[in-house]
Design a protein around this ligand. Structure first.
Ligand code: ZN
Length: 506
């Protein structure tokens, strides 16, 4: 599907379907309040005339979530999407309204016009980004394993504006950038949705390697098992012991064109469990379904990394991904094992299903060595995160308030839900073992997300600002958002990470 900006569009490009905004108090506010119907947010006379001929418009108030469909001249269908009070409309309201409108159009029309001028034109760039993001995220389908695919009829979306081309250079750029973001979200969703018999650690590393070759300024290094052994990543490798596939550590670097020794360096680390059976601490059958999703941390950070490289941000980036599955054979790690981590600390493994933190531990130590200015990991780490914060929220834990606040700000600007949880000293004490330096479980189930973070913190070297994002809830099944699939990977948090890096001064 193509998204095309049409300047100087005296009439709408599509003769099939037009989407435009309506507010409960449009710029003709006073008039709107005295009239029964909502005012359409357009000056186009032929549309207003068609609207005024429909008696049912009297019931349309333009409230948020309220839509009104009517027929214009020559049979064109016009959908007015209600956005409520213009002064209170946010970009997220626009994102959701466009996602709903896209769904109405996708199977019925081959081309659609969105009337850009009907939205708040004071922030046209931001509005356009929200519209393109909504279309890009909503149009995603994972249908490669279906014998008969339901291909949408919709081929082209025109963003129509009366503005002259000379005024909309920035908008063209915004469309291009937003598509980079949504393409990266789609790729991240694809990785997670791919079943474990197709995508294992070795295949996953190869796919990322192939994709990274297309990115400007990016270098990739993939460590195999022998190389990881040399790196003393025994804690990570203990998770791989029962697998038929070799673990992989993917290390990507993006260097901006004008890099100097002063260029800021941000590192991402991602948990990539291509499937998690729980190991010998085996998951019950019902909880094991969908454990292909346990790699969402790695695809989230890779999605953000690749978008940022394509956007050519002036910040140096590192992205380290720990890839393996957690399976069982006679060599698989048994509970009670004590294993030495890359940083020298010994860990008593009491539950082989708390494996993500073992993989991340060695990855965090490895990444710390590169001395980034900030290190952010993402992982589907704990069910406790859903208990604490719900399915709709990304848990944030950090050793640095400034970094935590910057991430919260970025998430809020991206309209994604993120909430900070503490790492108290008591939690760190609770993961100490009497017979090893650490154990991989707390002594009870309380504060599970924070105790997992307390464990990870043991592998972050002194002086490194670090934040941990627990995406166990927000990573999939976000069907309450019209631009996310009801089932499967959500691709959320990628936009927050992009926003965070873009807000950094080079
Ligand atoms: Zn697990």
């Amino acid at each position: 599907m193509k998204i095309t900006l049409h300047n100087d569009a005296k009439s709408h490009t599509s003769s099939e379907f037009i989407i435009l905004a309506a507010y409960s108090n449009s710029k003709e506010g006073k008039k709107a309040q005295t009239s029964k119907a909502a005012m359409l947010s357009t000056d186009r006379k032929e549309i207003i005339a068609a609207y005024e001929q429909v008696p049912a418009r009297n019931y349309f108030k333009g409230e948020r979530g309220e839509n009104f469909l009517f027929t214009g001249s020559q049979g064109v269908q016009i959908l007015a999407v209600g956005l409520g009070d213009k002064r209170k409309t946010t970009l997220e309201h626009i994102r959701r309204a466009i996602a709903d409108a896209y769904k109405q159009a996708a199977q019925r029309f081959s081309n659609v016009s969105i009337d850009l001028d009907s939205f708040d034109t004071k922030q046209l760039a931001e509005t356009t980004a929200a519209i393109v993001e909504a279309i890009g995220m909503t149009s995603y389908v994972f249908d490669k394993h279906l014998s008969s695919k339901k291909t949408p009829k919709l081929q082209t979306i025109y963003l129509d504006t009366l503005e002259k081309k000379s005024h909309t250079k920035k908008i063209e750029e915004v469309i291009k950038q937003s598509l980079i973001v949504t393409d990266s979200i789609a790729l991240a969703r694809d990785f997670v949705n791919e079943p474990p018999n197709v995508l294992n650690s070795e295949v996953y590393a190869k796919l990322i390697e192939a994709d990274s070759k297309k990115l400007p300024g990016v270098k990739i290094k993939v460590l195999n098992k022998a190389q990881m052994k040399k790196e003393k990543m025994d804690l990570f490798l203990s998770v791989n012991d029962g697998s038929a596939f070799e673990a992989r550590l993917v290390h990507l670097t993006y260097t901006p064109k004008k890099a100097s020794s002063k260029t800021k360096h941000i590192a991402f680390v991602g948990k990539g469990l291509t499937f998690d059976t729980g190991g010998y601490s085996l998951k019950p059958a019902d909880s094991m379904v969908n454990m292909k999703f346990d790699m969402a941390g790695s695809s989230t950070v890779y999605g953000a990394f690749r978008a940022l490289a394509l956007l050519e941000v002036p910040v140096k980036l590192t992205c380290v991904l720990g890839l393996t599955d957690n399976s069982i054979n006679s060599l698989a790690t048994k509970p009670d094992s004590i294993v030495r981590a890359r940083n020298g600390k010994t860990v008593e493994i009491l539950n082989t299903d708390a494996e993500g933190r073992l993989v991340l531990a060695d990855c965090l130590d490895y990444t710390s060595e590169l001395k980034p200015d900030a290190m952010i990991d993402a992982a589907t780490l704990t069910g406790a995160c859903l208990v604490a914060l719900g399915h709709e929220t990304c848990g944030l834990m950090a050793n640095n308030d400034k970094l935590a606040n910057e991430l919260l700000d970025a998430a809020s600007q991206a309209n994604e839900r993120m909430w900070r949880l503490p790492i108290f000293e008591e939690f760190s004490n609770d993961i100490k073992s009497p017979i090893a330096d650490l154990k991989n479980m707390g002594s009870n189930r309380f504060g599970g997300s924070s105790k997992a973070a307390a464990f990870l913190q043991e592998f972050v070297r002194d002086g490194i600002s670090w934040a941990h994002l627990d995406i166990a809830g927000i990573g999939d099944g976000q069907g309450h958002l019209p631009y996310c699939p009801a089932k499967g990977a959500s691709g959320l948090v990628i936009r927050s990470l992009i926003q965070y890096v873009q807000s950094q001064k080079a």
